[in-house]
Write a protein that binds this ligand. Structure first.
Ligand SMILES: *[C@@H]1O[C@H](CO)[C@@H](O)[C@H](O)[C@H]1NC(C)=O
Ligand SMILES: *[C@@H]1O[C@H](CO)[C@@H](O)[C@H](O)[C@H]1NC(C)=O
Ligand SMILES: *[C@@H]1O[C@H](CO)[C@@H](O)[C@H](O)[C@H]1NC(C)=O
Ligand SMILES: *[C@@H]1O[C@H](CO)[C@@H](O)[C@H](O)[C@H]1NC(C)=O
Length: 365
């Protein structure tokens, strides 16, 4: 008996393959939820920022290459001239800007993400270890790793107020850092905004039910802080003082990409943009089954990296109006940006260096 091969494919192979696909899909334990699309604004009228540079890499140099693996967030100590950053191998490294020297500083044994200074001490949001304080003589202390009986699973962004209070985020109590994509695509709010008082050792939850809250930055007048919710492409403002104390409002939404860390230089907030939104990711936002397919496919093939592009830096003034957008089609997974003089130093989850972008070389400034 001879089976015609095209008939064989049509009658046996295709149905078997389809059933296998359906089985894998059904059996997979990932069950995304709809995003609160009503909370996405569709304001089209917002003016473009005055400064736009779509070829950021043309005016950049690389710092610390190739010894900085995934330098996620950055903080600059102007007293010592050192730029601190946390890498994927657990090392916090310093780059001396004047001397151009890169040094290993201390290894947290986890994954250092957000970094901030409290006097001469470094405060670190370590994805796995919790909130850490590292003294000048390199003693590591875990300040807190749980609140209201729930452990942090992804301590992420941090900033320190002038009064010493530490504000930070746990992006997810459910997923750990290596599974962050699950949290972003699941569409449920597993994140919290918290504070830690170093005088009383008290950890307080300021806001519950946030969508992957990422970076945190305190306003120069200390009256509020701004935090970014990555999958919702927005940053919100939480009031620390005044008549609105304890309330939260939208600071900027409809950001042209997924925001990560945020830092304030006194005049602008600088938001690192991981990737722009594109039609694929737009569908993923709207349709849960697309997000589930992405999770299944990503575990076999890393396809997402091919649609992530236009990573960059978004500048926003103290009122939340966009002032600058520097990006490049070839960049993705940018994660933290600080401005020092005319340079913006940018970290990422994947590159082996910090990107130094020369703003004054940009033809638009
Ligand atoms: C770095 O060098 C500049 C120019 O030489 C100098 O003004 C500045 O004080 C130095 N900074 C530090 C922290 O050494
Ligand atoms: C934290 O993450 C771990 C590892 O993924 C998981 O087993 C645990 O259940 C998570 N914690 C919570 C509270 O969901
Ligand atoms: C806070 O914790 C530290 C270290 O665990 C401890 O030395 C200190 O006494 C504590 N402070 C208060 C007010 O409990
Ligand atoms: C930045 O660009 C300006 C203008 O081209 C140049 O004068 C300056 O030296 C550059 N700075 C650095 C650190 O490359």
């Amino acid at each position: 008996m001879k089976i015609c091969s095209s008939k064989f494919i049509a009658l046996v192979f295709v149905p078997v393959l389809l059933s296998a696909v359906v089985l894998v899909y059904r059996a997979h334990p990932f069950h995304p939820a709809p995003f609160p699309l009503h909370e996405f604004t569709h304001r089209e009228e917002r003016r473009d920022p005055a400064l736009v540079d779509a070829r950021m890499l043309d005016r950049s140099h690389f710092v610390g290459s190739p010894h900085l693996q995934g330098p996620e967030d950055l903080v600059y100590d102007s007293n010592t001239g050192l730029l601190y950053t946390g890498c994927v191998d657990g090392w916090i490294k310093t780059f001396d800007l004047n001397a151009s020297v890169l040094r290993n500083w201390i290894n947290t044994g986890g994954r250092p993400l957000g970094v901030a200074l409290s006097g001469s001490q470094l405060i670190v949001a370590d994805a796995y270890q919790g909130l850490l304080r590292i003294t000048e003589d390199k003693k590591i202390e875990v300040l807190t790793n749980a609140a209201e009986g729930l452990k942090f699973n992804l301590t992420d962004g941090v900033d320190v107020g002038k009064d010493g209070t530490i504000y930070f985020t746990d992006a997810s109590y459910k997923y750990q850092f290596h599974d962050y994509l699950y949290d972003i695509l699941e569409g449920r709010p597993h994140g919290r905004l918290l504070s830690f008082n170093p005088n009383t050792n008290e950890t307080k939850v300021l806001l519950h039910n946030l969508y992957f809250p990422n970076g945190v930055a305190i306003s120069p007048d200390q009256s509020s802080l701004v935090f970014c919710e990555t999958p919702l492409k927005r940053c919100r403002r939480y009031w620390l003082q005044g008549s609105k104390k304890g309330s939260v409002e939208t600071f900027i939404d409809n950001i042209p990409g997924f925001p990560d860390n945020i830092h304030c230089d006194g005049e602008n907030y600088w938001i690192a943009i991981s990737s722009s939104l594109n039609p694929y990711l737009e569908y993923a936002n709207k349709l849960q089954f697309v997000r589930k397919v992405i999770i299944i496919v990503e575990s076999y093939l890393s396809l997402l990296k091919h649609v992530q592009k236009n990573g960059g830096v978004y500048g926003v003034d103290l009122q939340g109006n966009p002032t600058a957008h520097f990006y490049d089609p070839a960049l993705s997974l940018l994660s933290g940006a600080v401005k020092i003089g005319n340079q913006i130093y940018v970290g990422s989850l994947q590159y082996p260096h910090i990107i130094g972008f020369n703003m004054s070389k940009s033809q638009i400034s």
